[in-house]
Ligand binder design. Structure first.
Ligand code: SF4
Length: 182
């Protein structure tokens, strides 16, 4: 087992007073840098930065960062969920380390799509259904990981199926299948 012991810190980021979103950091006694390329190989959409070293990953709207001596998660709905998420991430690291002989490590850094690339694939009707004033604003927030692709509900219309699939591929997210027309 790679991570045997850690100290957990759960807090509300000071930059978001009253936001009621929680962050948690597991301060590790073990150094987990060697597992990062293995996590990079198995975690869809992860961004590995070997020069730091760190691995960033979006998990169901949460932001996760793995560093040699800590695992951090942010944007979690409550304290208990933040604790559960950290425990799950610790298990993930340990399982990955135990299975490392079966995994081809990936040392490459995945490129994040730019806002312009994303914008070109959106419906570009500025309908505001996503809650943003325009598709371009939405594209910028999408590139920054501040909104979810599913918030653009017009994308679920059949005529946008190809663009939707390409966006999901660029962002490395899974989307529910589009149902048949009623
Ligand atoms: S819902 Fe989609 S199409 Fe409408 S403004 Fe937002 S990004 Fe553009």
């Amino acid at each position: 087992m790679l991570i045997k012991d850690y100290q957990l810190e759960v807090f509300t980021p000071p930059c978001e007073p009253g936001a009621e979103r929680f962050s948690a950091i597991a301060h590790l006694t073990a150094d987990i840098r060697e597992v990062l390329p293995y996590l990079n190989a198995i975690l869809r959409g992860a961004v590995y930065r070997p020069e730091v070293p760190a691995l960033q990953w979006r998990k169901a709207g949460h932001y996760v960062t793995f560093q040699p001596n800590q695992i951090a998660i942010s944007n979690v709905e409550d304290r208990e969920a933040a604790i559960r998420e950290v425990e799950g991430l610790i298990k993930l690291v340990n399982r990955t380390w135990e299975r490392r002989d079966e995994i081809e490590p990936n040392y490459e850094t995945r490129r994040r799509p730019t806002a312009l690339e994303l914008y070109k694939l959106l419906p570009r009707t500025n309908c505001k259904a996503c809650g943003e004033p325009s598709c371009f604003v939405f594209a910028n927030k999408l590139a920054a990981g501040q909104v979810e692709l599913e918030q653009c509900t017009p994308l679920a219309e059949p005529q946008y199926a190809e663009q939707r699939a390409r966006l999901a591929e660029l962002l490395a997210v899974d989307l529910p299948a589009i149902g048949p027309r009623a």
